[in-house]
Each structure stands twice: as C-alpha cells, then as structure tokens.
Write a protein that binds this ligand. Sequence first.
Ligand code: SF4
Length: 204
Amino acid sequence: MKLLLHMCCGPCSCFPVKRLREEGIEPVGWFYNPNIHPYKEWEHRLETAKEFAGKVNLEIRTEETYRLRDFLRRALAAEETAGGRCRACYEWRLGEAARYAAENGFDAFTSTLFYSIYQQHEVMKAVAERFAAEAGISFYYEDFRPGWQEGIDLSLAMGLYRQPYCGCIFSEEERYSKAIRKARKKAAKAAKAARLAAKEAESA
Ligand code: SF4
C-alpha cells in the first residue's frame, strides 16, 4: 500500500513510522502544518521533521509556506463554532492530506496526529473519514497512542527537538500564561465541587 503519512512534527513521527514499518508499510512523510507559530518555531519543527526523516531513512515531502495570517483568519472565525479552532485546524491539515494523497497517487493517508494523547482523537477520526470520502481516497486508521512513551524515548534517543506546546500562537499563550493556567485550575476545581455536590444530592 502506498501510504501518505501526514507528519505534525519529528518527535510525533517516531512511533507511527516504526509501527507502520513493523506492519510492512513504508510510508511517505508529508509535513504540512500551517498551524505552527511563530516563524522560528515553525522552521525549527520543519527542520526537525527533516532531521528525523534523514535519521530513519524516510522519504519526506514538505509544504514550506508559513501561513500565520491564513491560520489566524480560520481560527478566529471558528472560535464560536462547535469544536472551535482545533476542529478547524484538524480540518485544514487532514483535508489537505486527503487531497494531496488523492492527487499524488497514494492509496491511503493517515497522520501522526493519531499518536498524540493531547489531541481530540475521535474528532480527528471523524474529520479524516469525512475528507477521505470527499477526496475519494482511503483513510488508514490506526490508534498510535499506546506507543506514546516509546515514541518519546525514541525521539530522546535521536536527540530530536521536542516542542513545549501544541503549535498555534493560542496554544503557546495557554502553555505559558499564568493567568490562563490559574483560570483553568479554578474552573476545574469548581467543576469537581459541582460533581461532588451532585453525587451527594443523588445519594441523599
Ligand atoms: S491547539 Fe493545536 S490543534 Fe488546536 S488549533 Fe492550536 S495547533 Fe491546532
């Protein structure tokens, strides 16, 4: 099977590439991530994806246009919609992966996003299935998450740069803003208290 593997970054590619090869599939990597900001971070992840591909002898193709403004337009427009900016981000990347695979003679596509324990796995799966049907190509589904720790170990052994946040400028803010972290802790505490109160009311 000729499989296109959308690569979100080098470290997240370690386990999926190993796993696919164990299954007898030699994927072709494709770096397409207009969601990564700022520019230096995008460039660093792009170079790390290439470094990884070189180290494991993987064919890699890359889309090297930095798209901050396009991404912001889409993300802000999606803020109030169901799924918000992350769904829009999945739709953009997985939709393009489906289209690229269909137009370039692949039998199927998948993504290293299905390795991440931090992404909305089921949402991405539904998005990938929808775009696969639209593009007339197969979506090769595999849940790579069981290899989470193995993938981290592999990336560390290879000395790959490991990014500290998901990708977009919003996720960078969420990672480092003390105010956001404090508000999240407060919301989690309030949700926990509400759950406990509901339980107590049920058992009374
Ligand atoms: S947090 Fe991650 S998945 Fe969500 S929009 Fe930002 S880069 Fe995309």
